[in-house]
Write a protein of this length. Structure first.
Lengths: 196, 354
């Protein structure tokens, strides 16, 4: 299974329960909900408890989108949290909205291709990755979500990289099978983009 | 969708899970009108119903939809409609008629914030409407309030059986969070229990006396007789259909009572407090009617206190107080339509009452 646990010192308590909450945010069209669903599917494949909860309603391309994913070895109570342990932020507007919510000692992964204003907080760990730029090298900005996921997995090892690849094959619908490879390449790009 | 994966976990949205469970339980007629946060139900039905040779209708209104359910059910079909709070308000007349005509049906309410059009976030403010009537007349619905998607799957199947067994409309009362969220569930296969034949159904009366399905009883004493018959059913349900769940009740000094999503959020806080050695437990009604009144009365002893938590301004708490009947203190914490609670918040709230 690999080391699923967070590498953050302050996460000791959560490490014991192997519980963590993650919020992914960006604009509609960046594959925010898909990235969350992929993590949820992967967690399920690894036999863990998982919940996925989206922002819903008037979601449009270019508008804001976010989802909360909770992964745990025990039954999950609430699918919503006030302060997530991890934040995956893909655009500037979401940064302003969600960065203050991140738990102290939490991990913030940001897409510095689109986010120029970095947070002032010193009580969090920040991982910067030019996800949109890297994605363009691999075939297009729309797979920046996969680069971000690669960075997340490289940094935290909360799930096995191999499981993500398996889950990709399961959730991409039959008529779009041609996009699996390009997504996988972008994911691996993100994995390698983070030296740790 | 994933029929081959029986007994293997699948990841589904709540709205899709209940729609698939309905189909596997033999629902072959669905009519509905769009409203967030339940739109995945009609969306899913529009694709699946033709595959199983069932009927999907996007009705012109909620009223039309509930009356289509009346018609389909009168012919003996397993029929379902779904909506969210404002749409369920519109269906109340039809629900009262279903109850009056003793027709089975399954009605799903994926609650959103009210009153009025409110907003689209999850809420539990339709408890009174679901449990205390909603429409006119002395009738009751069997009301299921699941708290996770496995229970939603199982209870949706059960809802069709109970509707047929008692010839009553059954409501599944969830909220926007359960409807929209995904989590793994096992698509347990449907096994139909022994049920009475639908000899009352309108199937064409060649060679037999015509059946009559109606809710109008003008004859001397007819209506009163009908109402006593309904009462007898509701009493029987109180004896046999109560469902509930509990966590750490035995040595608890404070018992949190909550249903559906609020119970789920509260359970996170209760577990955390338990780890810290606090004597707190959770009691969760699964059927809201019939309400587990005897069970609550039974656990009401010593200096035990109750705290009811709901995503409304205090509805189920009235039934908890009636069950406790003055024998214990019952406090309340709630968030009204538009507000969602978090486990961190409930942790602080529950601690305050300890």
């Amino acid at each position: 299974m690999g080391n699923k646990k967070l590498r953050l010192e302050s996460k000791k308590q959560e490490m014991e329960n192997s519980y963590f909450s993650l919020l992914i945010a960006g604009f509609g069209g960046q594959g925010i909900l898909f990235a969350g669903k992929l993590l949820a599917q992967s967690a399920m494949l690894e036999g863990r408890h998982v919940t996925w909860f989206p922002s819903y309603g008037a979601e449009i391309r270019g508008g804001t989108a976010n989802c909360t994913v909770i992964i745990s070895d025990d039954m999950i109570g609430s699918p919503v949290v006030r302060q997530p342990d991890l934040l995956l932020i893909m655009n500037e507007a979401s940064m302003k909205k969600f960065e203050p919510l991140l738990k102290p000692q939490g991990l913030l992964i940001i897409n510095t291709s689109l986010i120029k204003n970095l947070p002032n907080r010193s009580d969090i760990e920040i991982i910067k990755i030019k996800a949109t730029d890297i994605a363009e090298e691999f075939g297009g900005s729309q797979i920046a979500n996969m680069v971000m996921l690669g960075a997340l997995i490289a940094k935290t090892r909360i799930l096995n990289p191999g499981t993500i690849s398996t889950a990709l094959k399961e959730i991409i619908p039959e008529h779009r099978k041609n996009v699996i490879q390009i997504n996988e390449r972008a994911f691996k790009g993100g994995l390698k983009g983070i030296a740790y | 969708m994933e029929k081959k994966l029986i007994n293997k976990k699948v990841l589904m949205k709540g709205n899709e899970a209940l729609a698939e469970a309905a189909i596997q339980a033999g629902c072959r007629f669905y009519a509905g009108y769009p409203i967030t946060p339940q739109n995945e139900v009609p969306e899913y039905m529009s694709q699946r119903m033709p595959e199983v040779k069932g009927i999907f209708i996007q009705a012109e209104s909620e009223l039309a939809a509930i009356n289509m359910i009346f018609g389909a059910s009168a012919t003996g079909a397993r029929a379902m409609t779904s909506s969210s709070s404002p749409g369920i308000s519109l269906k109340q007349e039809g629900i009262s008629y279903l109850a009056g005509a003793e027709l089975p049906a399954v009605i799903v309410n994926v609650q959103r914030g009210g009153p009025g059009l409110g907003n689209i976030s999850g809420s539990q403010a339709d408890y009174f409407q679901a449990v205390k009537g909603g429409g006119h007349g002395d009738y009751k619905l069997l009301v299921y309030a699941p708290w996770n998607l496995q229970e939603l799957w199982d209870l949706t199947m059960k809802a069709f059986d109970k509707a047929d067994e008692y010839r009553i409309p059954v409501m599944i009362l969830i909220d926007g969070i359960l409807g929209q969220m995904m989590e793994p569930l096992v698509q347990t296969s449907y096994k139909q229990p022994k049920l009475p034949k639908k000899e009352w159904a309108l199937t064409g009366c060649a060679g037999r006396e015509p059946n009559v399905i109606k809710s109008l009883y003008m004859g001397e004493g007819e209506l009163e007789k009908r109402n006593y018959k309904l009462k007898e059913k509701y009493d029987r349900m109180k004896d046999t259909e109560v469902m509930y769940d509990s966590l750490y009740i035995d040595d608890s000094e404070l018992i949190v009572t909550a249903f559906g999503i609020a119970a789920r959020i509260a359970s996170s806080a209760v577990k955390k407090l338990r780890k810290e050695g606090r004597k707190v437990g959770l009691f969760r009604p699964i059927t809201l009617f019939p309400f587990p009144e005897k069970e609550i009365e039974h656990i009401c002893k010593g200096n035990r206190r109750f705290l009811t938590i709901e995503m409304n301004m205090g509805q189920m708490v009235e039934d908890v107080r009636l069950s406790v009947n003055g024998k214990a203190e019952v406090d309340f914490y709630g968030r009204p339509g538009g507000g969602t609670m978090t486990p961190e918040e409930l942790y602080d709230v529950i601690k305050k009452y300890m």
